[in-house]
Write a protein that binds this ligand. Structure first.
Ligand code: APR
Length: 234
């Protein structure tokens, strides 16, 4: 039995933001059914056709700025869980949206980067990005153009913060994966990595096919607050 003093790692994926109005990647009608990831989400795509890559991320960044897009009950439940949890707590998200921070989560790592941050490939500095990027955007750090890219992790690139994530996985006794299909490594391997040492839970619209000790299935705005409630009331 795990309790509020144990180490907890929460992993989230696109499914948690679905009911906020953001598309997932691999569901029917998802992002990767509209556009080939090889065309927009690899370093090669950016080198080949930066305009196309910028257009893809500019559209997603604009959507995120739409006042209709806001954190939902699942994001808020995780922020509340962090507030009442007494043991080590880490929320790891694969999402590049900022809905977890807007809901109030603090111990949060964006392992696939953030949409609202840009990075200069010339000087390496990162900057807030609330407007469109293009090959003409000058780096606020070095002033050069042609090198500004969204600070997201593309296929073939290293996920962020892996040392801190591994440390949290090593000491956790409870691991929960929320709204992720388990298709992309290393995140897809986290549950197997902690199995035997930690209780593993999946909260998803439907079973992802991964091995978990417990699964609760349905829309995130229902199952996540219910699961949080079940942890905090006992
Ligand atoms: N509530 C809960 N889960 C949902 C909901 C919902 N309302 N809607 C969909 N889901 C589930 C789907 O059943 C699926 O298992 O969310 C999961 C979404 O899976 P993916 O689209 O594959 O998204 P994710 O796992 O986050 O993808 C990982 O792939 O291309 C990349 O970099 C991108 O970070 C992303 C990574």
């Amino acid at each position: 039995m795990t309790g509020l003093d144990d180490g907890l790692v929460v992993l989230t994926g696109a499914g948690i933001s679905r009911e906020s109005g953001l598309a997932t990647f691999r569901d029917p009608g998802g992002v990767w059914s509209q556009v080939r990831l090889e065309d927009v989400a690899t370093p090669e795509a950016f080198a080949r056709d930066p305009g196309r890559v910028h257009a893809f991320y500019n559209a997603r960044r604009r959507q995120l700025a739409d006042p209709a897009i806001a954190p939902n009950a699942a994001h808020r439940a995780l922020a509340e869980l962090e507030r009442v949890w007494r043991g080590p707590f880490l929320l790891v998200t694969q999402n590049v949206d900022d809905l977890h921070e807007r809901a109030g989560s603090v111990a949060l790592l964006h392992m696939h980067g953030r949409l609202r941050v840009s990075r200069c490939i010339h000087c390496g500095t990162t900057h807030g990005a609330d407007t469109d990027l293009s090959v003409r955007t000058a780096c606020p750090g070095c002033g050069r153009t042609g090198g500004m890219r969204p600070d997201v992790v593309w296929f073939g690139e290293m996920p962020r913060e892996m040392e801190r994530i591994e440390a949290a996985l090593d000491r956790c006794r409870l691991f929960v994966a929320i709204g992720t299909s388990g298709s992309v490594y290393p995140a897809a391997g986290f549950a197997a990595q902690v199995r035997g040492r930690a209780r593993t839970v999946e909260l998803n619209l439907e079973p992802s096919g991964g091995r978990f000790d417990e699964g609760r299935y349905g829309p995130a705005t229902g199952v996540v607050p219910e699961w949080v409630e079940s942890l905090t009331r006992r």
